[in-house]
Design a protein. Structure first.
Length: 186
């Protein structure tokens, strides 16, 4: 009975195919193929778009900053401080360098005031220099900054300016510098 029903089913299928328009069958098959390929291409495009977005976001995200270096300890800071001190026995040479810098900037240095001090607890010496300077405003600042670069163990403690008249090109200034020097002569 199964053989008879399969035969009749096959016959019905052949009759239905014979009644159909061949152009309509080909068009239907082509349309089904197009729908299947569009579905496949859409899924592939979505995967490519997701990969592109993920890569773009990863590239736009900044790299995490490196961890900050460990803070130096008190002993290490103290060692850096003592290593930065100038030499006490070379203070005359440092003052000559100061006067040479002033001359290089076209400044007139009058006699300054010098005072040595001792910090017994810290084990270092200070040498305070008060310099009256006369020259152009910009040259005085350039001299001050060049002094700090040439003598890294110096500090610029005070600067005061005075001009006699508004139209005058040169100003008078007083610079107070402190040289921090090692406690023992080297």
């Amino acid at each position: 009975m199964k053989g008879a029903s399969l035969g009749s089913l096959w016959l019905r299928l052949r009759v239905a195919l014979a009644r159909m328009n061949p152009v309509l069958v080909v068009a239907t098959l082509l349309m089904l193929a197009c729908v299947a390929s569009l579905a496949w291409l859409g899924a592939a495009r979505m995967r490519v778009a997701e990969d592109y977005d993920a890569a773009r976001l990863a590239a736009a995200r900044p790299a995490p900053p490196p961890p900050p270096p460990a803070a130096p300890g008190a002993d290490q800071n103290l060692a850096h401080f003592y290593a930065a001190l100038g030499q006490r026995r070379g203070v005359e040479r440092q003052l000559k360098e100061l006067f040479a810098l002033a001359a290089r900037h076209g400044l007139v240095l009058r006699q300054g005031e010098y005072r040595a001090g001792q910090d017994r607890a810290g084990g270092f010496t200070t040498y305070q220099v008060n310099l009256p300077v006369k020259g152009r405003y910009g040259a005085i600042w350039a001299f001050a900054f060049d002094t700090l670069r040439a003598l890294p163990h110096a500090s610029l403690d005070d600067v005061s300016f005075r001009r006699d008249a508004i139209g005058e090109e040169n100003v008078e200034a007083r610079l107070r510098l402190t040289l921090y020097l090692s406690g023992a002569a080297r």
